[in-house]
Design a protein around this ligand. Structure first.
Ligand code: MIC
Length: 533
């Protein structure tokens, strides 16, 4: 292996130039809002010596421009979840972006399908992004080639689609420790993603079926995840966008109390009862048929509250006012809260956050808008877009959240997911309110909106309908209901009129181009170069 013979001075000069280039890049309009806790020197030192350029940057810059235009106009992009390149090709005609959903990938892109527990390998979603992005490039190539086979006049009558639709993808919680997040980020950037999201959910605790809420990680762990992803994007010198998703809405647990910023939302028992785990163990030993009921009864008996709620429940009005004024503003740990209560409240406050801990050690947590706002504000400088994921749309909370964030970051871009199970009437939405929901949100800066799991309802529904038709009417049904309407669409749509979606003209030209050597330019009458001229 040859040694690098560059002088130390040359090496230093090259390194200093790289640092300068990174600093200049971080000052570009696309990057200027991002605040990193590390230096350009650190990033330069983490780079390899082979400079790379990633299509992810081009796609991100495109999405960045689209979304900022929407924000400025109070409009929005509306897309849905997809894992299939064919579906993606048709979406390109109406959507400015695509979404690769983790839940969908978990159902259809793995050999062992299952519920959205995020238990598939970290490269699952990046591989789907790669597949779709390559198909977008191919569609763009075949369309461009077909156009260039036509005269300028003929081209005026052809549809001309932008197949290079920016892809937004689901990075869930980063799939492990920080090195996993770094590796997943690298795969996403290499695959051509425009933006991906990371959330604050706990790995291995994404449970939706047991009637319990979500589990979030401490604020510090969430910020570390985002920082790890941002660092890797910077190492790659990419403009890839990072979407900071926060899952505090409807979360019931937090994995740890290590971060004092979370203390005010941790719930504890306010009565000196037996611990939840002891109670459940005894119930199992006694052969109790329904542990969920035992758990619910225990929760009621322990009177779970946050520390501040516990103080309020016991203190007089004057004492509680003295307590809050003693606490003052800023982040206060549980220790500081206890000592403020000791000084201001006559009765002793019983508060124990260990008694309710779950079998896996989780602490009970109080989900509320202020908790989401606090996290989102801390996360915002590391990313480009903010998404407060909701289990059920709550218009009051939506307005409150976005307004509070915009007070601090007026130009913030937001995302929103129309989770498949939303029961809009139950959430108080009239048919008119459902209709105007997307544009009402756009006015709050929610420029990117997605129905992530459309395929579950949509493809199932459409396929079931077609399977029935096929079963009942066979090829006649196909011809009448599929082929004819598809062919009746305008020329060169993807209903399979010639020259077709298959890109046959592209491989014809490959063959022609190669055969030129044997048959001679101008012979055979199919030389694509001739046709172009
Ligand atoms: C966006 C999401 O992460 C997904 O995997 O598509 C899911 C979708 C859903 O549950 O509807 C989520 O919002 O958690």
């Amino acid at each position: 292996m040859p040694k690098i013979t560059q002088s130390l001075d040359a090496e230093q000069a090259e390194f200093d130039a790289k640092v300068k280039q990174i600093e200049e890049w971080w000052n570009t309009p696309r990057q200027a809002h991002i605040q990193r806790p590390y230096s350009a020197t650190r990033i330069a030192s983490l780079r390899g010596l082979l400079p790379q350029k990633y299509a992810s940057s081009d796609m991100a810059l495109k999405l960045w421009a689209q979304l900022n235009e929407h924000r400025a106009n109070g409009t929005h992009e509306m897309t849905f979840g997809v894992t299939d390149p064919i579906i993606a090709s048709q979406m390109a005609k109406y959507s400015q972006s695509l979404y690769v959903s983790g839940a969908l990938c978990g159902f259809s892109e793995v050999s062992e399908p299952g519920m959205d527990c995020c238990d598939y390998p970290l490269d699952t979603v990046p591989k789907v992004v790669d597949k779709i992005f390559k198909s977008q490039c191919w569609h763009s190539q075949r369309q461009n080639h077909y156009r260039m086979l036509q005269s300028k006049e003929a081209r005026a009558n052809l549809e001309n689609w932008d197949y290079l639709t920016p892809i937004v993808a689901d990075g869930d919680m980063g799939f492990g420790g920080l090195t996993s997040t770094v590796k997943m980020t690298k795969l996403f950037v290499e695959a051509g993603v425009a933006m991906f999201h990371l959330d604050d959910l706990a790995i291995g605790k994404k449970k939706f079926t047991v009637g319990q809420g979500r589990t979030v990680v401490p604020t510090s762990e969430y910020l570390d995840r985002l920082t790890a992803a941002r660092m890797q994007i910077d190492i790659m010198g990419a403009d890839t966008m990072l979407l900071c998703r926060c899952d505090v809405d409807h979360s019931e647990f937090i994995t740890d109390v290590i971060d004092v910023r979370d203390h005010k939302y941790v719930r504890g028992a306010t009565l000196p009862v037996k611990s939840l785990q002891e109670t459940l163990k005894e119930a199992v030993e006694a052969g109790s048929p329904n542990l969920l009921t035992v758990r619910a009864e225990w929760i009621a008996s322990a009177k779970l509250l946050t520390f501040d709620e516990a103080v309020q429940a016991i203190a007089t009005e004057a004492e509680y006012a003295a307590y809050t004024s003693k606490l003052g503003s800023g982040v206060k740990s549980i220790r500081e809260r206890r000592s403020a209560a000791k000084e201001t409240v006559s009765e002793e406050i019983f508060f124990d956050w260990d008694l309710p801990r779950s079998r896996e050690g989780q602490f009970f947590y109080k989900s509320c808008v202020s908790a989401i706002v606090e996290r989102a504000l801390l996360a915002a400088p590391l990313g480009d877009v903010t998404w407060a994921r909701m289990d059920m749309p709550n218009w009051k909370d939506i307005v409150s959240f976005h307004t509070q964030i915009r007070e601090v970051y007026p130009d913030r871009l937001f995302a929103f997911g129309y989770t498949g199970d939303y029961d809009y009437p139950k959430a108080g939405f009239s048919p008119e309110a459902i209709k105007s929901f997307p544009s009402d949100m756009a006015k709050l800066g929610v420029a990117w909106q997605v129905q992530p799991i459309w395929a579950l309802q949509g493809i199932n529904y459409q396929t079931e309908k077609f399977a029935k038709l096929w079963r009942e009417r066979g090829i006649e049904g196909y011809v009448e209901e599929i082929q004819k309407p598809a062919l009746a669409t305008k020329p060169l749509t993807d209903g399979f009129e010639k020259p077709s979606y298959s890109g046959s003209y592209l491989c014809d030209t490959f063959w022609d181009t190669v055969a030129v050597r044997d048959i001679g330019e101008g012979q055979g009458g199919k030389i694509s170069e001739k046709r172009i001229r």
